[in-house]
Design a protein around this ligand. Structure first.
Ligand code: 2M8
Ligand code: MG
Ligand code: MG
Length: 274
């Protein structure tokens, strides 16, 4: 097995961002040698802090909503031609989207054309973000260290977001909805593309095909769930599910990490190790 998991509202509790509920399942997967790849809007820095908290090392990471993949050299996965990951010794990075400076320039043009403020992480402080999210100020600082995306904190209705999508597309940008906020990357970037790439890395390293499992809770997880063999959509805080029209999706009754545990227990009981 190869497991791809979203973080907020999936592996992590929605309001506290705590990995406590999922932790034992993560450890059991690790004992069984099942790679668990974090696939999230979170930055490399945020994901590194979480791995450290959980004592997890040497695993690929899909960061900034699929805009980059980071792979430790020690995994032995084939990353020839990838760049050294900035600030992460011993890791290689593959950028799939646009650099953040370019995204900001294009967002400025959308601002000018639409008159929308498109308030994002660049416009607020670590303390502001901590207040908006319940993250600690240190965690908020890690969320703001973005290389390939900008998160918009603007509250707008669905119709306005849909109108903006056309403007983003004109600029070669893409905006994905993560539950709380909206993350803008280069067009053609999403969690699914990054997941397919990581599956290929493992398949070429193993010399055979692998069974992939995906877990998520929000609209930005749709491409992730479509890229895997076994897709699990976890319930939201309010007990309902995000409205994703995806074939073959398993809707899990448990909310966030409670659903995550149900799915992982099922996999582990299945007795399959590959
Ligand atoms: C953003 O991600 C969440 C979902 O994971 C969202 O889009 O609602 C990202 O900026 C992420 O880096 C940050 O940790 C999170 C904080 O809630 O918001
Ligand atoms: Mg989520
Ligand atoms: Mg396959």
């Amino acid at each position: 097995w190869l497991v791809f998991t979203d973080l907020d509202g999936t592996l992590l509790e929605w309001s506290s961002y705590s990995p406590k509920i999922a932790r034992p399942g993560l450890l059991r997967l690790r004992e069984r040698g099942v790679p668990v790849v974090f696939c999230s809007s979170k930055t490399a820095t945020e994901q590194r802090a979480l791995r450290q908290e959980l004592g997890i090392r040497a695993i690929p990471a899909i960061v900034e909503n699929g805009a980059a993949i980071i792979v430790p050299e020690s995994t032995g996965l084939p990353t020839a031609g990838w760049e050294p990951a900035p600030g992460e010794p011993g890791r290689r990075a593959l950028a799939l989207g646009l650099p953040v400076a370019e995204i900001q320039t294009r967002l400025d043009r959308v601002r000018a054309r639409t008159g929308q403020a498109l308030r994002g992480y660049r416009d607020i402080s670590d303390a502001d973000l901590a207040e908006l999210t319940g993250l600690s100020v240190e965690s908020a600082a890690r969320a703001r260290q973005r290389d390939f995306s900008e998160t918009l904190v603007e509250v707008l209705d669905d119709e306005t977001w849909a109108q903006l999508d056309a403007e983003f597309a004109r600029e070669g940008l893409e905006c994905r909805h993560g539950g709380r906020f909206h993350t803008v990357t280069g067009a053609g970037t999403d969690k699914g593309r990054a997941v397919r790439q990581v599956i290929e890395l493992y398949e070429s390293a193993y010399g055979r095909s692998v069974q992939s499992v995906g877990l998520g809770d929000s609209a930005n997880d749709k491409p992730l769930l479509e890229a895997v063999d076994h897709a699990f959509l976890l319930a939201l805080e309010n007990g309902s599910w995000a409205d994703l029209a995806t074939d073959g999706l398993h809707r899990v009754g448990g909310r966030g990490p409670y659903g995550w545990v149900e799915v992982v227990d099922g996999l582990l009981d299945d007795g399959t190790d590959d």
